[in-house]
Design a protein around this ligand. Sequence first.
Ligand SMILES: Nc1ncnc2c1ncn2[C@@H]1O[C@H](COP(=O)(O)OP(=O)(O)OP(=O)(O)O)[C@@H](O)[C@H]1O
Ligand SMILES: [Mg+2]
Length: 411
Amino acid sequence: MSLIDSLSRQRPQNADFLAVLNDEASVRMVEQFVAETVIPHALVRRGTIADTVALLASMDRPPRQLMVDVSTSAMPLSDLISLADACPPGVSVLVVGERNDIGLFRDLLRMGIDDYVVKPLTVDLLHRVLDHNGHPAEPVQQTRTGKVVLCMGSRGGVGTSTVAANIAWRLANDQERRIAIIDLDPFGGPLAVLLGAKPATGLQDLLKNINRLDPNYVERSFVPVGRRLFLLGAGHDLDDEDGEIPVEPLSQLLGILKKHFHYVILDLAGRGGVLATAMVGLAESIVLVTEPSVFAARETVRLTGLVDRRETKAPLLLVVNNPHAAGRSELGVPDFEDAIGRRPSHVLPFDRDTAGRAENLGPPAVAGRGPLAIGLRALADDLAGRRTETSAPRPLLARLPARIQSLFHRP
Ligand SMILES: Nc1ncnc2c1ncn2[C@@H]1O[C@H](COP(=O)(O)OP(=O)(O)OP(=O)(O)O)[C@@H](O)[C@H]1O
Ligand SMILES: [Mg+2]
């Protein structure tokens, strides 16, 4: 089901303005305000923050404006964190509560809430804080935005697309984030195959019309991969002499997408030139995929240098993947670390069966079992700032003090 299909189906629980309030009197006030202001596609319900989170999960698309009530909440801040996980960054949130507490108000603003209104609600008060579309009349807060994550490789074939697709799948399916993944190979890389989706070719048209975009057009250009993951790519013909992705409109598009997705994941083909430099410059996180080889070590040093020279320091996750079986001539990971002078954030094992099955039959490796899946899950969770399972418990011997371990080793 495409995003635009979901828009046109107009399920009753799809709404542009959603208000969930704890008590009947507040519900009636907001209903009266909605009727007076004629806000289109409004839904007003009685319930708690937990009900709001459940309602958001049942919607095909998020509302533009959300009004939630923390008055019965014992821990309003942690409840609002779970709400933030359930709704994309561009949704404007107005919180209603009973406590006239400046500390709480400040904490809420720091979390990206647009405004805080103290009960009792009256229609007059709502007219003062909301405009005729139900948006805050004077938002106290800048809009929250999602993050651009740039996945790039130290050389071709190191597994950049594999990493990008698996991170996107994990964040969308296991962490319930709204994710856009963009294939920046002008001629189309393997993302669609890896995600079991139709090839996406809407990017070039979007970029040509960057000054005439409307939300429906943008949404229609993506290929849906499940409820929360959306794929976009260019797919130029191989003999297309204009087969390039223009940087300026792409940067503009990313600015727009960041308001609607928690993460915009870029799969960059190649590692130099205007496009790569611009994307390194604007990404909020960079995942640099490499392999333990001499050439990759050299290129890793060049690329980490490029990332380190940026003015705004984006976190860099260095991933040493093993897309080839280890032979005698391969560098070991310790030698590779010595060569590049830094420790990788993650090392992914060689696993031809899992990678091949995922690539040809799906679903992505991260959805399955085994060391590669565990490594990919740890990587995606690290990117999202979450702790994850470790690959395997350390053997008992390794947990003993070195002096005692030595008793078990033959001289
Ligand atoms: N850890 C791994 N173990 C085994 N095979 C792997 C592993 N990681 C990736 N591969 C395989 O390596 C091949 C290249 O992977 P992928 O297309 O992700 O690389 P890439 O860096 O994006 O390549 P390109 O330079 O063409 O964009 C694929 O066949 C993939 O299944
Ligand atoms: Mg690739």
